[in-house]
Design a protein around this ligand. Structure first.
Ligand code: CA
Ligand code: CA
Ligand code: CA
Length: 222
């Protein structure tokens, strides 16, 4: 009994410290693991929130560009007149269309509900603006890097170089054109295809948005 107790005593005395030692090590290991896991989780959470921010930001730019492009496309298709176009360095930089939104048969310049709209691209400041009824707003709040406005005609007989596309330049140089380097006068009524290509900055990348509108619904030849 005594011997057994004596033999058992060291075991009894030694066991608790051994358990305590394992517990300490286990706790240290657990703490280290939790710390490591925590760091990974925090890093992951911060990373995902950054990604979410990027997606949100990108979604805004892309969403806004899509809306702008859809709106332009709708307005050009519904336009009952192409009132004018401005040219700079041989390129169309401004386009004025008349859309009879209220359907009363005429295009009015009512400031409350303007029907004559002008889209203007200013390459020096990279601003695409929309003017109507005496006020001007910026389209896409400075996100546009480049804009390319093209005017074409389905009057194939004026396709001087025979490439299948009649550009406003060809109309200008044709027998009906006034050869002044601008789409105007007798040329405007023959223009029935408008395309606008926008290059929009989206974070580190640039995205291209294209508007292709058939203006053949125009009854009025302004
Ligand atoms: Ca009207
Ligand atoms: Ca051509
Ligand atoms: Ca001309």
């Amino acid at each position: 009994m005594t011997a057994r107790t004596g033999a058992g005593a060291p075991d009894v005395r030694h066991d608790p410290p051994r358990d305590g030692g394992f517990t300490m090590i286990e706790m240290l290991v657990a703490m280290t693991l939790f710390a490591a896991l925590g760091t990974v989780l925090i890093g992951f959470a911060m990373g995902s929130s950054r990604v979410a921010d990027d997606v949100r930001e990108s979604g805004n730019v892309v969403g806004e560009a899509r809306l702008a492009v859809e709106r332009m496309s709708r307005e050009f298709r519904q336009a009952s007149e192409l009132s004018g176009a401005q040219v700079a360095d041989g390129k169309v930089v401004s386009l004025t269309v008349g859309v009879d939104f209220d359907g009363d048969g005429s295009v009015e310049d009512d400031p409350a509900d303007p029907e004559r709209l002008t889209y203007t691209w200013k390459s020096s400041t990279r601003e695409l603006t929309l003017s109507g009824g005496g006020s001007t707003v910026q389209v896409l709040a400075g996100g546009v890097v480049a804009a390319d406005i093209r005017l074409r005609s389905s009057a194939w007989i004026q396709d001087l170089d025979g490439d299948g596309t009649t550009t406003w330049q060809e109309l200008d140089q044709s027998s009906i054109g006034n050869k002044n380097g601008a789409p105007d006068a007798a040329e405007l009524p023959l223009i029935d295809l408008v395309s606008v290509e926008l290059l929009v900055r989206d974070g580190d990348t640039e995205r291209r948005f294209t508007v292709q509108a058939d203006m053949r619904n125009r009854g009025v030849t302004a």
